[in-house]
Design a protein around this ligand. Structure first.
Ligand SMILES: [Zn+2]
Length: 501
């Protein structure tokens, strides 16, 4: 990297360009692609058209240039370019006459491709090969692709094509089938951190490891994005980049600010949550960023709650796994899911609203006023297991062919039906048959309240069964952990619906 050592050069060049990888060795996070390309050169099996696909900022165009240098280098084609000869330097500067870079987005029409076809037959002027690098190739129009295809079908010996795209699905299959395709993976977080650390050192600046970690997470696999963010930081920080600098640049709340907010939410303390939001906003955070951060955090809590491994976390690091699992256990999966739903709605509404802060505050208050879902869900599970047991425990000994009126059960319980012929008809009245013997915590007095809570939970979950569950006639208890809900005689559908597992 020639320009690395002179950050104070007269003409300022942005970080992402100054630290663009110049050799395959410097191309980070794409080892498989690099190896395949180097092997092709070593074995003299270079194809005539390549397609590099992958998200933005993962090194596609850089790889195309390095490949072009390696093929055309005056020292001879080799797995690494010399980066010193006229041709290598020309390609680095982007002005080599035999390596043509075309932006597919601004040269997408048939005329541009026709011109390209006319030039293809002309031999390279000083290098071995004429190499066309077409960026964002998916932007070409259909006629342009058709024109390009004719060249791809019978390319002259001295021509190579390297197409780069973020969107390979938009490329016609006829073109795809004539290219060797290489998929560039998102760059891993550690690799980005490592590269940022090198750049920081080369710029003679220090940075807290947490600051670089945060930048890499924000870049989400894009090396270029991470470097653009670093660029902004370099321009407003002095000789030292702290984690707090990154937060304030991103308009994000600090880790501790978010942790405090989550604690307030877990305690259902709406007043404290509003105070916590105020605190992070005063510290420079943007309400919509806070919403995003909370959403990501709860997403990781959800992952922890279902037992996912830490490499699936989006915002948390592996070191936080245990703490996250603990919090997730305290909150309960139901509450985490309900919170995620509220936050997701809030984030999307905030994009179109001028009252972002207010929407965020509403979300916090709503999350705090969520019923204690984990308690209720275990209660429902208890109630369900109670009613599920009922047919087995009570009906069979009692010879009552009642509620699960499936033909098999009815047939098996035939003698019982003979004894109580009216039971089948009145059956729709009482869910499981009533036996008013009270015991333990569930009593006739508490039964109604519990069923109403069940209805509320169903309503909160926007479950269509809420309407049905509301149609009950009476609620009673029929023994330890046995709740009996009775529906009016004609409400067979409601009854059947409530009896479903
Ligand atoms: Zn060279």
């Amino acid at each position: 990297m020639a320009a690395d050592s002179s950050p104070a050069a007269a003409e300022y060049v942005v970080v992402a360009r100054r630290y663009r990888p110049q050799s395959f060795e410097e191309l980070i996070g794409q080892q498989q692609v690099v190896q395949a390309l180097q092997n092709a050169i070593l074995k003299n099996r270079v194809g005539h058209a390549y397609l590099f696909t992958g998200a933005r900022g993962v090194g596609k165009t850089s790889a195309a240039r390095i490949f072009a240098k390696a093929l055309n280098c005056q020292q001879g084609a080799s797995p690494e370019p010399c980066n010193q000869c006229d041709i290598c330097l020309g390609i680095v500067a982007g002005g080599d006459i035999d390596v043509l870079e075309i932006d597919g987005a601004s040269n997408r029409g048939i005329d541009e491709i026709r011109q390209l076809r006319a030039n293809v037959s002309v031999r390279p002027s000083r290098a071995r090969l004429k190499i066309y690098i077409i960026d964002e190739v998916h932007m070409l129009t259909t006629p342009a692709f058709n024109a390009l295809l004719k060249t791809l079908e019978e390319p002259p010996e001295h021509v190579k094509f390297i197409f780069c795209t973020t969107d390979p699905e938009k490329i016609p299959i006829t073109v795809l089938s004539r290219c060797q395709r290489f998929d560039f993976a998102p760059v891993e977080r550690e690799a980005i951190v490592g590269r940022l650390q090198q750049i920081v050192e080369a710029e003679k600046v220090t940075a807290e490891p947490a600051a670089l970690e945060l930048l890499s997470r924000r870049a989400a696999g894009s090396m270029r994005d991470s470097q653009s963010l670093l660029e902004q930081l370099l321009s407003f920080c002095g000789d030292h980049i702290s984690e707090a600098d990154v937060y304030s640049m991103l308009g994000a709340a600090s880790v501790s600010g978010i942790a405090d907010l989550i604690e307030n939410l877990a305690n259902r303390d709406a007043a404290a949550a509003l105070g916590g939001l105020e605190a992070v906003v005063v510290a420079g955070a943007d309400a919509s960023q806070v919403a995003e951060q909370l959403l990501q955090r709860y997403r990781d809590l959800m992952a922890a709650a279902v037992g996912a491994s830490s490499d699936l976390f989006v915002s948390a690091s592996a070191g936080e796994h245990a703490a996250l699992e603990k919090t997730a256990g305290e909150l309960g999966l139901e509450a985490i899911l309900a919170t995620l739903q509220i936050l997701d709605q809030t984030v999307s509404r905030m994009r179109q609203s001028l009252h972002g802060r207010l929407l965020m505050e509403m979300a916090l208050v709503r999350i705090c006023s969520l019923e204690n879902l984990s308690d209720l869900s275990s209660l429902i599970a208890e109630i369900r297991s109670g009613t599920m047991q009922q047919p087995a425990a009570v009906q069979r000994p009692a010879g009552n062919a009642a509620s699960n009126a499936g033909p098999a059960t009815a047939a098996a319980a035939n003698p019982a039906r003979n004894r109580r012929p009216e039971e089948k008809k009145t059956d729709s009245l009482a869910s499981p048959p009533k036996k008013p013997e009270t015991a333990a915590p569930l009593t006739d007095q508490t039964a109604l309240g519990i069923w109403k809570q069940v209805v509320t939970v169903l309503e909160d979950a926007e479950d269509t069964n809420a309407v049905i569950a509301k149609d009950f006639k009476s609620v009673a208890s029929s023994g330890p952990n046995r709740l009996v809900v009775t529906f009016p005689a004609t409400y067979t559908f409601q009854k059947a619906q409530c009896e479903r597992p």
